[in-house]
Ligand binder design. Structure first.
Ligand code: EPZ
Length: 419
């Protein structure tokens, strides 16, 4: 099982190129199901989760050609409407094929994703939304069965809470419904805007993405045509490298990072004392000797992203003073705390979703265990700043969402290797 070994203490210096966004690419690739024809994608990141959704689409019958970060998907030959347990359990974002399958074929059978390390991750809002569009939903033997007589029918639907993949699933399903669908209390992430842009390039009619109200005028399948889709840069990978630059007191240009996607991360880094400069190429972050303690509260976009909570906690663990980290999105997203405590961090959890981080002078290297994608990234940052050697076990978690993470950090001067 791959491990990553880091000898900490080196400030990061240089330039790192951000890859395409995992959480944009996944719904974009699923959207190919809607089109009878080929969709060409560029800037697709080389990640385990991308391999997983490509395997799922191929299992359904789609033709996929890949060359580096370019992928062509022709979903015309799809002959299967079932996303099997073994494929879905590897990656719960497979739920994103549910909406497109039932919209195009009138039938979909998708294994319930189940929970993961960070929480129960229910999909009840995805299902309620599809029912609002006229789908019949049943759950049998761990599978979601969704059927519709003829096309789905446009309707109004209000999300009880803003859900990213729920919004994406319903946008894709409504694309082929009859009439108009209005989705309210939608998630507003940049990945949702990117999906709407791609659907419109394919011939759909989606407006309002990026706001809480999205309107979709349904079209017929034959109206959707081949398109070329560029995957936006990964704002969470960018944020991860920005925090690493600040924590190691380095000076790094994060190339390709889009400031308009990470405003709250920039704001919190500046509050912690780091210098954050927005350039034409990306974002340049310079760390400071004395890191200021800074409270964070995770919120739906454009609030502070939950996917950056673990990484920012490492920065606060070596700040001057105490910081409060309030996780409001997932019920179990402090798994990294125990591992950081083993490295000398002084953190206590109260009430389940509050962590009090008391800054310490330095962390010390240790054997630690990766648990979920972003917690694993926080352990890499901790290893980079700790005194001595840190070995991170189960790094397959990291490979799900970070492209060649050790190569990118090594190019910035980190003493890091996969072993
Ligand atoms: C997306 O997950 C991201 N994944 C997650 O990134 C990210 O952490 C999350 O959004 C929040 O920003 C992808 O885009 C593939 P949600 P998603 O539905 O869509 C509750 C990473 O590390 N909820 O926005 O599954 C849910 O329990 C991953 O890249 C329901 O109650 O998250 C949570 O409390 C981790 N019912 C809240 O909504 C539902 O039907 C937000 O979840 C759906 C969600």
């Amino acid at each position: 099982m791959d491990k990553i070994e880091i000898i900490g203490g080196a400030p990061l210096h240089g330039t790192v190129q951000i890859s395409g966004a995992k959480n944009a690419a996944l719904p974009l690739l699923a959207a190919s199901i809607l089109v009878q024809g080929a969709v060409d994608y560029t800037n697709i990141p080389d990640l385990m989760d991308i391999k997983s959704i490509k395997s799922l689409l191929q299992d359904l019958g789609a033709n996929i050609e890949s060359s580096g970060s370019r992928v062509r998907i022709d979903a015309s030959p799809i002959h299967k409407i079932e996303a099997e347990y073994d494929l879905v359990r590897k990656m719960r974002a497979s739920i994103l094929v549910l909406g497109p399958l039932v919209a195009r074929f009138g039938h979909a059978r998708v294994s319930l994703p189940g929970g993961c390390a960070i929480g129960a991750r229910p999909v009840d809002l995805h299902l309620k939304g599809l029912e609002a569009l006229g789908a019949k939903i049943s759950i049998e033997h761990g599978y979601i069965e969704a059927t519709t007589e003829g096309r789905l029918k446009g309707n109004e639907f209000y999300f009880d809470i803003p859900t990213v993949t729920g919004t994406e699933n319903l946008m894709m399903a409504a694309t082929l419904a009859t009439g108009t669908t209005v989705l309210r209390n939608c998630a507003r992430e940049p990945e949702i805007t990117a999906l709407a842009d791609a659907l419109n390039r394919m011939g759909a009619d989606v407006t309002g993405a990026g706001t809480a109200v999205i309107k979709i005028n349904g079209v017929e399948t034959k109206s959707l045509k081949s398109a070329t889709v560029y995957v936006i840069p990964d704002r969470i990978e960018a944020g991860t490298f920005m925090v690493a630059a600040a924590a190691t007191k380095g000076d790094v240009l994060i190339k390709g990072a889009k400031a308009e996607h990470i405003g709250e991360i920039i704001s919190k880094l500046r509050q912690s004392g780091a210098s954050v400069e927005i350039t034409d190429d990306g974002i340049r972050v310079k760390g400071v000797e004395n890191i200021k303690s800074t409270d964070i509260k995770t919120l739906p976009y454009p609030g502070f992203p939950t996917d950056m909570q673990a990484q920012f906690m490492v920065l606060m663990s070596i700040a001057d003073g105490n910081s409060v980290v309030h996780e409001t999105i997932f019920e179990n997203r402090f798994i990294h705390v125990n591992e950081l405590q083993r490295m000398g961090a002084d953190i206590s959890i109260s009430g389940g979703n509050y962590a009090m981080v008391r800054g310490v002078k330095s962390l010390s290297g240790a054997q630690v265990m990766a648990s979920d994608l972003r917690a694993s990234a926080s352990l890499v940052i901790a290893g980079l700043v700790a005194k001595g050697t840190t070995t991170i076990n189960r790094v397959y978690h990291i490979d799900r969402g970070y492209e060649s993470i050790e190569k990118k950090f090594s190019s910035l001067g980190a003493n890091i290797r996969r072993c």
